[in-house]
Design a protein around this ligand. Structure first.
Ligand code: PGA
Length: 236
């Protein structure tokens, strides 16, 4: 079971150091029952890696470029992340797709390069509300997953876009169907993401097809993130 905290554009380096130092003492006893990772903004990665250095909590980046270096203003490569002690990267998050022109093709290239460089990857997929209403969920998921290839270090996060940051969690039945469909395409662990809280995670983490959660808003608060990690540990 994996619980990953996607911080998005939140927490400065000093806020990160403080949060991670407290997180370390709060979740130290859960090691072995649940894998925990945090994904701070690039500028806070060194602070997170430093504060969590001697713990089981892993640190990942929210994106990664497919080239190791070159004229790609604003991008960061897998070797750069590896040198910092970063362990994983998220690719294809719906906010990257929605606001920054990420496509299936670029998400696939990012995933392949990151895996090749030795990073773990959480590749995000998920349908829009209109796509779900039009009965296109499986078609969209198939298209998004088609750019990914099975790998021991690849994890997929199923994040229905209508559930992200909206407080509208998918029902256990919708989650089970989405996860089972993704697993029929690619045999990798699948996390659920979209308005996960301590209040709703138990019903989702109990499902066989759910291998953990990608938590956004609720990962920014120490008490709620710790509570989700504890609930996941008790389900493992
Ligand atoms: P949320 O975000 O938990 O705030 O809905 C999840 C995500 O975007 O990964």
């Amino acid at each position: 079971m994996l619980i990953a905290g996607n911080w998005k554009m939140n927490k400065t380096p000093s806020e990160t150091a403080e949060f991670c130092t407290l997180l370390k003492s709060r979740v130290g006893g859960l090691a072995g029952s649940v894998d925990i990772s945090v994904f701070p903004p690039y500028t806070s990665l060194p602070a997170a890696v430093g504060a969590l250095a001697d713990t089981e909590v892993a640190v990942g980046a929210q994106n990664v470029h497919w080239e190791p270096e070159g004229p790609f203003t604003g991008e960061v490569s897998a070797p750069m992340l590896r040198e910092l002690g970063v362990y994983a990267a998220i690719v294809g998050h719906s906010e990257r797709r929605q606001y920054f022109g990420e496509t299936d093709e670029t998400a696939g290239r990012r995933a392949a390069a990151a895996l090749e460089a030795g990073l773990f990857v959480i590749a995000c997929v998920g349908e829009l509300e209109a796509e779900r209403e039009a009965g296109e969920t499986e078609h969209v998921l198939r298209r998004q997953v088609s750019v990914l290839f099975e790998d021991d270090r690849l994890v997929i996060a199923y994040e229905p876009i209508w559930a992200i940051g909206t407080g509208k969690t998918a029902t256990p039945d919708q989650v089970r169907k989405g996860h089972e469909f993704i697993k029929s395409l690619l045999d990798v662990p699948v996390l659920y993401g979209g308005s996960v809280t301590p209040g709703n995670c138990t019903d989702l983490l109990i499902l066989d097809a759910v291998d953990g959660a990608l938590v956004g808003g609720a990962s920014l608060d120490l008490d709620t993130f710790t509570a989700i990690c504890e609930l996941a540990a008790s389900r493992s």
